[in-house]
Design a protein around this ligand. Structure first.
Ligand code: ADP
Ligand code: MG
Length: 248
């Protein structure tokens, strides 16, 4: 299963991905987390201390150059190796979590995000998984990945939404784009929920009930302040992580 996450900036995408990584691991799954945010901090939430040992895919210029051929006139890199083999070089394993960081590929033209998006699309489309493996893709905010079809290879998109009008508006925009891209399953996940009123506000605003509601948690806030990994918090969060996994 390949799960991507989207939603407005700061709604809790990275936090929820870390909590899902932990929950999948508890269920005996092999978890690969791909951090595709240009300012990645998934490592921190997973408690990966040897961050400097992670080679972002984007930095493996030599390998990319060897394996990639630029098609004349096209901004895309054609990568045709065995994707699974290629990716081994970019993974680091910590506490049974596998982590990969996409990074930002610098091109001669400068600034073009096309090659890295192409790499991401290729990874999602071609990565072969066994039934016991799960890929969690954390992304930056915004709809660019959907617009470019980068995450078209995901099986499931989670859209994180908090009880605010603007968050609901973004979520609905993301939903529509994801449908257009053809992602098979799309679900809303509520975050920063204080009470029943928040749940009702979200369900009515979205026109459907989210598959899970993550509480506004002092344990999460504390972990952000102390730098403790999210995966180390003891709050059960009203079973929201297991609710998500049940619904997938
Ligand atoms: N359920 C929650 N309860 C309390 N704080 C939260 C919760 N979810 C996220 N946060 C906090 O909100 C901030 C943004 O979360 P983050 O996961 O980085 O968002 P995103 O990845 O969507 O930008 C972080 O400081 C995080 O600790
Ligand atoms: Mg994030």
């Amino acid at each position: 299963m390949k799960i991507a996450i989207s939603g407005k900036g700061g709604v809790g995408k990275t936090t929820i991905m870390a909590l899902l990584a932990r929950e999948f691991k508890k269920n005996g799954k092999e978890v690969l987390v791909i951090d595709a945010d240009p300012s990645p901090h998934m490592a921190q939430t997973l408690g990966v201390s040897e961050k400097e040992n992670i080679t972002p895919i984007a930095d493996m210029k030599e390998l990319l150059a060897k394996r990639a051929e630029k098609t004349p006139g096209s901004p895309f890199y054609q990568l045709n190796p065995q994707v699974n083999d290629l990716l081994k070089d970019f993974m680091i394993e910590h506490d049974a979590y596998k982590l990969m960081v996409l990074g930002a590929i610098q091109t001669a033209e400068g600034g073009c995000a096309c090659p890295e998006n192409h790499v991401l699309r290729m990874i999602l489309k071609k990565l072969l998984l066994t039934a016991n493996q799960v890929v969690l893709l954390d992304m930056e905010a915004g709809v660019e990945h959907l617009g470019r079809g980068t995450i078209a290879g995901a099986d499931h998109l989670l859209i994180v939404v908090i009880p605010s009008k603007s968050s609901i508006r973004t979520a609905q925009k993301v939903y529509k784009l994801a449908k257009d891209v053809g992602i098979p399953k799309i679900s809303f996940v509520g975050n920063l929920i204080d009470d029943e009123e928040d749940k009702t506000f979200l369900s009515q605003g979205l026109g459907t009930t989210p598959i899970a509601f993550f509480p506004n948690s002092s344990a999460i806030r504390r972990s952000e302040r102390t730098g403790e990994p999210i995966v180390a918090i003891s709050d059960e969060l009203n079973n929201a992580p297991s609710e998500v996994i049940k619904a997938l």
